[in-house]
Design a protein. Structure first.
Length: 169
C-alpha cells in the first residue's frame, strides 16, 4: 500500500479487515455473503468495503485507499488469468462461501501484506497460521506492497531518466 496511503492508515485498514473477518465475526460475514453476495462480480471491491465500513476515517486517506484498490487491477495474482483486483474479490468470495455438506465451520480470513520485491502477486491460501501467538487456522489473503520511501525513490529515478532521454532528443 506503500506510497498510496500512510503507514498508519495501512495498519488501521488491516486491523479493520482482520476484525471484520476474524474468528468472532466470520459466521456473520458468511451469512451476509450468502444473503447479499457482497463480494462478487455484481459489486466493485470499493463498494463492498464501503458497505462494510472498512475505510480510513480521514477523508483524504479514504480517497487514497479507494484509489489504491483500483490500482490492484494492475497487479498480478496467483491465478494467472486474474488480475490482483479480481483475485481479491474471488478470495473474499471463496473465504465466505461454505459448502453445506459436509458441514465444516468457516475459517476466519486473515488479510496481510508481503514485500512486492519477494512476490509481486496477490496471493490466497486456503489454510495457514499467520499469527505466531495463535493456534487458530485462517484463510490468508496477502497483498504485495512496497514501502512508500522506496516507491518515491523509484518514481523519482524514473522521472529523472525520462527527463534525461527527453533532453537528448
Amino acid at each position: 500500500m506503500g506510497m498510496a496511503i500512510h503507514d498508519s492508515t495501512t495498519l488501521d485498514v488491516l486491523a479493520q479487515l482482520n476484525r471484520r473477518f476474524g474468528p468472532n465475526q466470520i459466521v456473520e460475514m458468511v451469512a451476509l455473503q450468502k444473503e447479499f453476495r457482497i463480494f462478487s462480480g455484481d459489486h466493485t471491491l470499493e463498494d463492498s468495503f464501503r458497505l462494510l465500513g472498512i475505510v480510513p476515517c480521514d477523508r483524504v486517506e479514504r480517497d487514497r485507499w479507494i484509489t489504491f484498490l483500483g490500482k490492484l487491477k494492475g497487479y498480478k495474482s496467483d491465478i494467472p488469468e486474474l488480475d490482483g483486483y479480481k483475485r481479491v474479490i474471488l478470495a473474499f468470495e471463496q473465504a465466505l462461501t461454505v459448502r453445506p455438506f459436509p458441514p465444516i465451520p468457516p475459517l476466519p480470513l486473515y488479510v496481510g501484506v508481503h514485500a512486492m520485491s519477494e512476490d509481486p502477486r496477490v496471493t490466497y491460501v486456503t489454510e495457514g497460521f499467520p499469527l505466531i501467538f495463535s493456534v487458530q487456522a485462517y484463510r490468508i489473503l496477502s497483498i504485495p506492497t512496497k514501502p512508500g520511501r522506496v516507491a518515491r525513490q523509484e518514481a523519482a529515478s524514473a522521472a529523472k531518466e525520462r527527463r534525461a532521454k527527453k533532453s537528448k532528443k
